[in-house]
Write a protein that binds this ligand. Structure first.
Ligand SMILES: [Zn+2]
Length: 292
């Protein structure tokens, strides 16, 4: 499914843009494709129908570059802070913060399933910059938190705001990587909320909003508080980290594939614990996390 609004084409990703897919955006006259992970068929069709000239990424995650090999001959651009994972597979694994015991599993996943191979950006996209393209003025907005160099895009004349992975889904925000940040995620979402858009696009699930998603912004950020509250309830008794991870606060229950969900559960709980420790609400006493 494609939706065309002036110079912008929204390409709905396979399986509603759920992982490992996302929705793609194409800027017609400039031939710029953002996030080539909406499925091979969709993107092959786009390549047949239009003159694609350049690939941009909102950020470095694999569910945003899954099908980039279709455009291997084209320049590819990303923000500088999000570029290192494209140097080599080990840097990508480091960026996720995967521990030594799980690196082998993730390495084969990225190489065999995602088709990862190193690539060099032809230029860096700079945040807080306005570009005048042939048919549209685009504001590139730095929105760190999800990843350190995450970018959102505001296409001014049609008033279309691409939020990227601040995707307003029920699951809520992801801030599980080594350099993800809960505080920056909140700041970025609040910043995006203020932009005078008329259409809102996100990378996953619904993806296309013609009416202001007022309540969804709040619901989305409230997920962070709900996760924190559940953790605080759990910490009414001192807990070891494994007990905290096994409480499945993020995903609700143990899910398959385990390697994927366990990582998400553990990495998000680490971020919440870090935040609570910094706030002086929780301390670590040898193996136990203790509420003060
Ligand atoms: Zn992402």
């Amino acid at each position: 499914m494609q939706k065309e609004i002036g110079p912008i084409i929204f390409i709905q990703g396979e399986n509603h843009g759920k992982y490992p897919f996302c929705h793609s955006i194409f800027i017609k006259d400039s031939g710029i494709l953002i996030d080539p992970a909406s499925g091979r068929e969709n993107l092959q069709q786009l390549k047949d129908d239009y003159h694609v000239q350049e690939v941009w990424l909102t950020h470095w995650h694999e569910d945003h570059f899954l099908n980039i090999d279709i455009f291997d001959d084209l320049p590819f651009c990303i923000s500088e802070p999000d570029a290192p994972p494209f140097n080599d597979i080990e840097t990508l694994i480091d960026f996720y913060g995967i521990d030594d015991d799980h690196r082998d599993g993730w390495r084969s996943f990225f190489i065999e399933e995602v088709g990862y191979h190193p690539r060099r950006p032809s230029k860096f996209l700079e945040g807080d910059k306005t570009l005048s393209l042939d048919s549209v003025t685009v504001e590139i907005i730095k929105t760190p938190g999800h990843t350190p160099g995450h970018l959102s895009f505001f296409f001014k004349e049609p008033g279309i705001l691409l939020l990227g992975d601040y995707d307003l889904t029920k699951f809520g925000p992801w801030y599980g990587d080594l350099d993800s940040s809960i505080d920056k995620t909140i700041e970025s979402v609040k910043q995006l909320q203020k932009i005078p858009a008329e259409i809102w696009l996100t990378s996953h699930e619904t993806g296309f909003f013609e009416e202001a998603p007022d309540k969804l912004w709040d619901d989305y950020l409230n997920v962070i508080d709900t996760r924190e509250q559940k953790l605080l309830d759990l910490l009414k008794s001192p807990r070891k980290f494994n007990e905290i991870a096994n409480a499945c606060i993020i995903y609700g229950k143990a899910r398959e594939p385990r390697i994927f969900y366990e990582f998400g559960e553990r990495s998000h709980m680490r971020k919440h614990l870090e935040k609570l420790i910094n706030q002086g609400v929780v301390v670590r006493d040898s193996e136990y996390y203790v509420l003060l």
